[in-house]
Design a protein around this ligand. Structure first.
Ligand SMILES: Cc1cc2nc3c(=O)[nH]c(=O)nc-3n(C[C@H](O)[C@H](O)[C@H](O)COP(=O)(O)OP(=O)(O)OC[C@H]3O[C@@H](n4cnc5c(N)ncnc54)[C@H](O)[C@@H]3O)c2cc1C
Length: 400
């Protein structure tokens, strides 16, 4: 008999990592995904040591090494003359300091790697959840085809527009006023970006651009923000116009304009987040990933936090048994909320700092940046071990 059954809504990065981590903990898990086919968007994602150490433990070390790029550094430049404002060394230094690498990876490659950890019969496609309900003894997923699935626990991993979240909080996504254009460019069109693999950002008045190599260095992924009060569409598949994007970045350093000019297609997405919440679970229902804490992408931590959530929740549930779910969820909520709320806020605050107009505040920001290999300010972020964090329990919180 399995110790507990879990129904996960959504087969994105959060849902698949959770399924893999629950399976490792010998917990019976099924994932319900609304899409008829599994796919990820054509874009990159940065994975920091706080997530890669967890993925390594799930058995993905060799696979990640194969599909990713390990950038040497994160470098921030000025928008017009390209002057280097800040450099954070990664590469070997990151591995030595945090015991895990920093990677840049194509989302589809990461998604396939995660999927390889989940037995095929466990992911149910074309299974759109319309609502959840619960009694004292069980939680239920109601699917669009009229069927109902019963489990000991339901986990919403269904992204920023989560249906499962509706059962916990009556809030809505908030538009940030920013849109992002994303594109992938074959490496041979932008060889100057591959000389030393780096995550590169350019900060300028009202916008910024970020790029890094993915797909073992075969492509460069970029994201370029443009403020827009009237652009509310939120979809990866919405086409943007390369000409509009070029126009918005007129006068920027040629490393940026050459990159944008090398793109054939770009997608455009209105960036939303939500306020942080004080409750992460209700009875037998809880949340992971963007369903729990959607954040703007400016700290590059949304997927990393989704992976942390998955490892932490599986750690809380391991050995808890059906009767220990309430205590396990309280522990999960107590450990996760302060960290993810901080990152939601920092991600919001980054918009103002990244997009300062030239002037005194911008000069102060730039003067504070360091281009030397000084102490890493991100210890609390990259050095964090989500599994260790939930392993520390007081007696009162131990599941019964
Ligand atoms: C431009 C941009 C750049 C980013 N860059 C980074 C980065 O570099 N590093 C980083 O860590 N994060 C980054 N992020 C954030 C990251 O992409 C997200 O935090 C992460 O993808 C969230 O994963 P998720 O699985 O929680 O949600 P999602 O990826 O949204 O997955 C949700 C899944 O649930 C399914 N679903 C939804 N509703 C239902 C339903 N009712 N029934 C069944 N299934 C359903 C969906 O089809 C989907 O498969 C970035 C985000 C953006 C927008």
């Amino acid at each position: 008999m399995p110790q507990m059954t879990v129904a996960v809504v959504g087969a994105g990065i959060a849902g698949l990592t959770l399924a893999a981590a629950l399976r490792r903990a010998d917990i019976d898990v099924h994932v319900y995904e609304r899409a008829p086919q599994l796919s990820e968007v054509g874009a990159g994602v940065q994975l920091a040591p706080n997530a890669t150490r967890l993925l390594h433990r799930l058995g993905l070390g060799a696979r990640l090494r194969e599909i990713s790029v390990a950038p040497e550094a994160i470098e921030i430049h000025r928008w017009d003359d390209g002057a280097l404002l800040q450099r954070t060394l990664l590469g070997e230094r990151c591995r030595r300091r945090f015991g895990a690498p920093y990677y840049t990876v194509h989302r589809a490659d990461l998604h396939s790697a995660l999927l390889s950890l989940v037995p095929s019969g466990r992911v149910h496609l074309a299974a759109r959840c319309t609502a959840v309900s619960q009694t004292a003894d069980a939680a239920r997923l109601h699917l669009a085809d009229g069927t109902t699935v019963e489990a000991d626990l339901v986990v919403g991993a269904d992204g920023i527009h989560s249906v499962v979240r509706d059962a916990l909080v009556p809030d809505r996504p908030r538009y940030s006023g920013q849109t992002i254009y994303r594109g992938l460019v074959p490496a041979e069109r932008v060889p100057y970006l591959l000389v030393r693999p780096r995550v590169r950002l350019w900060f300028g008045p009202g916008r910024h651009c970020v790029c890094y190599p993915v797909s073992s260095g075969r492509q460069v992924s970029f994201g370029a923000t443009v403020a827009a009060s009237d652009w509310q569409q939120e979809s990866w598949s919405a086409r943007g116009s390369v000409d509009d994007l070029m126009q918005a970045y007129t006068g920027w350093h040629e490393d940026v304009t050459r990159l944008i000019g090398a793109a054939e297609v770009v997608s455009r997405w209105a960036l939303h987040d939500r306020d942080s919440i004080s409750v992460l679970a209700h009875g037998r229902v809880t949340l992971v990933g963007d369903a729990a804490h959607p954040m703007l992408p400016f700290r590059a931590q949304g997927a990393n936090q989704a992976i942390e959530d998955a490892a932490a929740l599986a750690g809380c549930l391991a050995g808890a048994g059906s009767k220990g779910i309430a205590a396990a969820l309280r522990h999960y909520e107590r450990v996760r909320l302060p960290r993810t709320s901080r990152l939601q806020q920092e991600s919001r605050d980054s918009v103002r700092t990244f997009h300062l107009a030239d002037g005194a505040a911008q000069q102060d920001r730039d003067a504070a940046g360091s281009v030397t290999a000084g102490p890493d300010p991100d210890d609390w972020l990259f050095g964090y071990d989500a599994e260790q964090a939930v392993a520390v329990r007081t007696t009162a919180e131990t599941p019964v």
